[in-house]
Design a protein around this ligand. Structure first.
Ligand SMILES: [Zn+2]
Length: 435
């Protein structure tokens, strides 16, 4: 019986493959691989919307998830979209269930309580410090079987996740834990379809920049985890029958400064703040996507805000080179939601959500989206994400130069004979063996 294993290495780009080819596990696994070397992701090029696109084959306007978290004007950290019920279109797990297959996923974004995933460990960051791992994952939809995989890997739980300091390694991120959970699921249940999401490369890139020796460390870890997964598949007797896919959601670009768009809006008279600095009312408010931002307006202020931002854009010093309307991004990218405007970076600037002086902050690591490098910009920019495939359904050595991220779900479904009727993308038939 054929299996499908999909590993999303968040923020992996084609330039990483040259390094990985020298590594023992990747080189063995991906010898004669096929796929797409430069995948165009969605706009905005951010993790949660892109992962929903990977699993649905749709862009944000259709699948409904166009931000990483909920919109709010109170500041502080984003409330991540954990629960899958905000996804408006069918996903690949539904297609797999229709095809009579068993399904699993580990830390795939926006899958909490997804009824079509038999063995589910949601990507969940434990906002309540008193919640135990088992309680948190159970509340996000893990069955008793999935919790067994959690329990088997508690020695890899990142106990100091909340206070992890400057240096990252396998002991203080979720990635080592979740790779262990994926291997446990393979050994215990041999799910027909298993999706896994690992963030280590994204985290390193945010902290250290797009290409450097820290990234090589992340790629070394990646290769070790690949070896672990391959061993688990061999132990479970499914290695030769598995279509193995390594893909990613976006690249990153280095940036030089960060600017607070909400302070710009406040200076334009669109945000009211009391003496304590709290927002009391607003007519325009921005939510950062890293190197772009979505802007909501109300009280009929849209046109006025648009003209204000266009004037600043023309001055050329405020960090954004484009002000786009919802209609424009919807037409060009299928990027849609209940926002009104989008601003796009000048290529050197990332955006923060704050509305307090000073307007530009030195680069620091206090905001997860903003370190040395980030993403969120138009999807054509920067190093591009990958889609690498190897296995019984896949042709040898057919590497296509360019493709679309929305083609991935229908292509992955085709490996198990499934279909994705809601998808906006196409099956990349060139890389698949004819039945
Ligand atoms: Zn990402």
């Amino acid at each position: 019986m054929k299996k499908l294993f999909v590993l999303s290495m968040d923020a992996m780009v084609w330039e990483d493959v040259a390094y990985l080819r020298e590594k023992p596990n990747f080189s063995r696994l991906m010898e004669h691989m096929s796929g797409v070397s430069h995948v165009r992701t969605i706009y905005p090029s951010i993790t949660y919307p892109a992962h929903v696109s990977i699993m649905t084959g749709c862009r944000t306007g259709k699948h409904g998830v166009f931000t990483n978290g909920t919109f709010g004007t109170e500041g502080g950290s984003t409330r991540w979209h954990y629960v899958g019920d905000i996804v408006k279109t069918e996903d690949i797990f539904a297609a797999a269930k229709r095809a009579g297959l068993t399904t699993a996923s580990v830390f795939w974004p926006v899958t909490g309580r997804n009824k079509n995933i038999d063995y589910l460990i949601d990507e969940y960051f434990f906002p309540d410090p008193n919640e135990t791992p088992e309680q948190g994952f159970a509340n996000m939809g893990s069955s008793e079987e999935a919790l067994r995989a959690v329990r088997e890997n508690m020695d890899r739980w990142p106990s100091n996740y909340k206070n992890r300091g400057k240096f990252l390694d396998k002991t203080n991120t979720f990635d080592d834990f979740l790779m262990g959970c994926a291997c446990s699921m393979i050994r215990l249940y041999q799910p027909d379809v298993l999706f896994v999401h690992n963030c280590i490369l994204d985290t390193f890139r945010h902290r250290h920049g797009i290409f450097n020796e820290q990234i090589d460390r992340g790629l070394d870890m990646t290769d070790e985890w690949l070896g672990e997964v391959m061993s688990a598949m061999e132990e479970a007797g499914v290695y030769d029958d598995t279509d193995f896919v390594i893909l990613s959601d976006h690249g990153q670009m280095d940036f030089a400064r960060r600017i607070k768009l909400n302070l710009i809006l406040r200076q334009g008279g669109f945000i009211d703040v009391d003496e304590s600095g709290k927002v009391t009312d607003w007519r325009a408010f921005a939510q950062s996507n890293g190197m772009s931002a979505t802007i909501w307006t109300k009280d009929g202020a849209k046109q006025q805000v648009y003209e204000y931002l266009c004037r600043l854009r023309d001055q050329g010093v405020w960090g954004f080179e484009e002000v786009l309307t919802r209609e424009e991004v919807s037409r060009e990218y299928g990027f849609d939601g209940d926002f009104d405007l989008v601003v796009e970076t000048d290529g050197y600037t990332a955006f923060g959500d704050g509305w307090q002086e000073p307007i530009a902050n030195p680069i620091d690591l206090s905001d997860y989206r903003l370190g040395m490098a980030t993403h969120g910009y138009r999807p054509e920019k920067g190093p591009q994400p990958v889609f690498l495939c190897k296995g019984p359904s896949v042709e040898d050595d057919v590497m296509i130069g360019r493709g679309e991220i929305i083609d991935e779900a229908p292509t992955l479904a085709a490996t198990f004979g499934g279909t994705m009727p809601d998808a906006e993308g196409r099956v990349i038939g060139e890389i698949l063996k004819q039945k």
